[in-house]
Design a protein around this ligand. Structure first.
Ligand code: F6P
Length: 538
C-alpha cells in the first residue's frame, strides 16, 4: 500500500477517537508529542494523532524527498522551477558566512555589502547624522511598499516595537486607496520625513503611485533638490529606481533569489533596522539562522518546522480541514496572522503541481487569526461550537516585556485554557451536572476533540522573533514539498492586476466602449455615471 493510502485508511481510525480519551489512555501523551528547541516549546499532543499517525507522516515526508529538498534549497539549487530561480532568503541570515553559490558565484559578499550599507545608513538616521534637506533630524520614516515589501517590515516593526528607537515614528503605506498615504502624510512634516520606497520590481502600481504622491508632497514644500535627502529605495531594479529620480547611491538592492514575501531579512528590512538598530537586527538574523540549522540538521521526529508542516498536511489533505487559525497571545504579534496570510496562502495556494499537472488533492489552507484574547471575544465561538474543523496554533511568550498588574498572568491563563477547552470539550452530562435546565443542555455542550498546537516562547526578543518567523517559513516549505507545488511563484495574483489595467481607462473615459459580462459592465457604468456627476458638482 502506498503511504497516501495508508494515511487515508488510518484517518478513519483517528476520526473515531476523542482526544480526551487519548489523554486518559496515555499519561505520557505530552512527553510523547512535544519538541523543544532553544527558547521554544512545541506541544503538539492536543492534535488528532497517535504515534502511528506521526510515524506515517514522517514516512510521507521521507518518501516525498523532504530531506533532499531542504538541502537543495539551502544549497541554492533552482527550486523555484516555474521562474527558474534559486530560493535563498536563508542566505540573508547565513551568519557563519559560508559560501553559497548561485550560477557558480558566491552570493555572500554582495549580501554582506548590502548589510553594511544598511548598517551605515540606519546608524546615520538614528544618530541624526543623516539630516533632511533643511538640516533637521529625521522624525518620521515612511515605508511605501505592498505585499512582501510591506507586510514583513510592518509586522516586524510592531513585533519588535519594544526595542525601537523612540525619537522616530514609523509608518507603512501600502494601499492604493488614497486614504492610506493621505492620512499618513497628515502626521508628517516634509522637513523631517524619510521615505523608503520598497519594491522588488519597482513597477508595482500601488507602490509607484503612492511614491509619486509622496514625492509631490515633499517637492511642493522643499523643491526637487530635497528628494535625495528624503527618498531612498529598496529594489532589485536599479534602472527603474533611477528613472523614478532616486539616486542609485541611495538604493539598497536585493536579488531574484529572494522572494517578496521572504524578503524581510535583507534590505526590505531597512525601516526595521532604523527602528531597532543594527545589533538587534543582527540578533533577529541569528535567531532565524539558528532555526535554519535546526531545520536542516535535526531528525524529522524532533524538527519543529517538519512536525508543524506534517500536522498541517494531516488536517488539510486527510481530515478535510479547509482553514487554519494562528492565535498569538502577544499584542506585539498582532500582525502575525496578516503576515502569515501572504506567506502561507501566496506560497501554497496553488493548483498546479511542479510537473504542470493539476493536483487532485487540496493544497494550502485558508489562514486567519487574531491576537488573544481579542479573538476569544469574536470568532472563537465558531472554533468551539461551529461545524468546521479548524486546526489552531496558539503562540505566547512566557515572560512579558510589560509586566504591569496581573495582565500577563491572566493572558497566559487564557492561553492555556483555550487549547484545553478545545481538546476536552464539555459533555451533556457535565452540563447537566451543573444544574443546567434540559432545554439548554445542547447549547452549553462542547463537543471538544478540536486540535491545537501550543508554541511557548520564553520571551519576545529579536532572536526569538527571527526564529519564530523562520519556523513558519520552513513549515510552509515542508508542505509545498509534500503537495509538490512551487511555493515560490505567485502567478495567481496576475489576472486581477491585468484586468484592472484594462478597466482603468474604461472608468476614466465614459464614452469608451465596454464589452465585459453584464455584471462588470453595469458596475463600470454605475461608477462612471456617479463619478462624472460628482465632477460636474465640483
Ligand atoms: O502581488 C504579488 C506580489 O508580487 C507579492 O508577491 C509581492 O510581495 C508584492 O506583489 C509586491 O511586489 P514588489 O515588491 O515588486 O512591489
Amino acid at each position: 500500500m502506498r503511504i497516501y493510502e495508508k494515511l487515508l485508511a488510518h484517518k478513519d481510525e483517528i476520526k473515531q477517537t476523542h482526544l480526551r480519551k487519548l489523554f486518559q489512555d496515555d499519561p505520557e501523551r505530552f512527553n510523547r508529542f512535544h519538541a523543544e528547541f532553544n527558547h521554544f516549546l512545541l506541544d503538539y499532543s492536543k492534535n488528532n494523532i497517535t504515534q502511528k499517525t506521526m510515524d506515517l507522516l514522517f514516512e510521507l515526508a521521507r518518501e516525498s524527498g523532504l530531506k533532499e529538498a531542504i538541502n537543495d534549497m539551502f544549497e541554492g539549487k533552482k527550486i523555484n522551477t516555474s521562474e527558474n530561480r534559486a530560493v535563498l532568503h536563508t542566505a540573508l541570515r547565513n551568519r557563519d558566512n559560508h559560501p553559497i553559490y548561485v550560477d557558480g558565484q558566491d552570493v555572500m559578499p554582495e549580501i554582506n555589502r548590502v548589510l553594511q550599507q544598511m548598517k551605515t545608513f540606519s546608524t546615520q538616521v538614528r544618530t541624526g547624522k543623516w539630516r533632511g534637506a533643511t538640516g533637521k533630524r529625521i522624525k518620521n520614516v515612511v515605508n511605501i511598499g505592498i505585499g512582501g515589501s510591506d507586510l514583513g517590515p510592518a509586522m516586524a516593526s510592531d513585533a519588535l516595537a519594544f526595542y525601537r528607537i523612540d525619537t522616530i515614528n514609523f509608518h507603512f503605506v501600502s494601499n492604493i486607496d488614497g486614504t492610506d498615504i493621505t492620512e499618513t502624510l497628515k502626521k508628517c512634516n516634509p522637513e523631517t520625513t524619510l521615505f523608503i520606497i520598497s519594491s522588488k520590481t519597482f513597477t508595482t502600481q500601488e507602490t509607484i503611485t503612492n511614491a509619486l504622491t509622496a514625492r509631490e508632497w515633499l517637492v511642493n514644500t522643499l523643491g526637487s533638490e530635497a528628494v535625495s535627502k528624503h527618498f531612498v529605495a529598496v529594489s532589485t531594479n536599479t534602472k527603474a529606481v533611477s528613472e523614478f529620480g532616486i539616486n542609485p547611491e541611495n538604493m539598497f538592492v536585493f536579488w531574484d533569489f529572494v522572494g517578496g514575501r521572504y524578503s524581510l531579512w535583507g534590505a526590505i528590512g531597512l525601516s526595521l533596522m532604523i527602528g531597532i538598530g543594527y545589533r538587534n537586527f543582527i540578533e533577529m538574523l541569528e535567531g532565524a539562522f539558528a532555526m535554519d540549522n535546526h531545520f536542516k540538521n535535526t531528525p524529522f521526529e524532533q524538527n519543529l518546522p517538519v512536525i508543524l508542516g506534517l500536522l498541517g498536511i494531516w488536517y488539510t489533505t486527510y481530515l478535510g480541514a479547509e482553514t487554519y487559525a494562528v492565535l498569538p497571545y502577544d499584542q506585539y504579534l498582532r500582525k502575525l496572522p496578516l503576515y502569515l496570510q501572504q506567506l502561507d496562502m501566496e506560497s501554497n495556494g496553488k493548483h498546479a503541481k511542479k510537473d504542470g499537472h493539476f493536483v487532485d488533492y487540496p493544497t494550502g489552507p485558508i489562514l486567519f487569526g487574531e491576537a488573544g484574547t481579542n479573538g476569544q471575544h469574536s470568532f472563537y465561538q465558531l472554533i468551539h461550537q461551529g461545524t468546521h474543523l479548524i486546526p489552531t496554533d496558539f503562540i505566547a511568550p512566557i515572560h512579558s516585556l510589560n509586566e504591569t498588574g496581573q495582565q500577563h498572568d491572566i493572558l497566559l491563563a487564557n492561553f492555556v485554557a483555550q487549547p484545553e477547552a478545545l481538546m476536552r470539550g464539555k459533555t451533556a452530562d457535565e452540563v447537566r451536572a451543573e444544574g443546567v435546565p434540559e432545554n439548554l443542555v445542547p447549547f452549553k455542550t462542547f463537543e471538544g476533540n478540536r486540535p491545537s498546537n501550543t508554541i511557548l516562547i520564553d520571551k519576545m526578543t529579536p532572536w526569538t522573533f527571527g526564529a519564530l518567523i523562520a519556523l513558519y517559513e520552513h513549515k510552509i516549505f515542508v508542505q509545498g514539498v509534500i503537495w509538490n507545488v512551487d511555493s515560490f511563484d505567485q502567478f495567481g495574483v496576475e489576472l486581477g492586476k491585468q484586468l484592472a489595467k484594462n478597466i482603468l481607462p474604461e472608468l476614466l473615459d465614459k464614452n469608451k466602449e465596454i464589452s465585459h459580462d453584464s455584471s462588470t459592465n453595469a458596475l463600470i457604468e454605475r461608477i462612471r455615471k456617479s463619478r462624472s456627476e460628482l465632477k460636474r458638482i465640483k
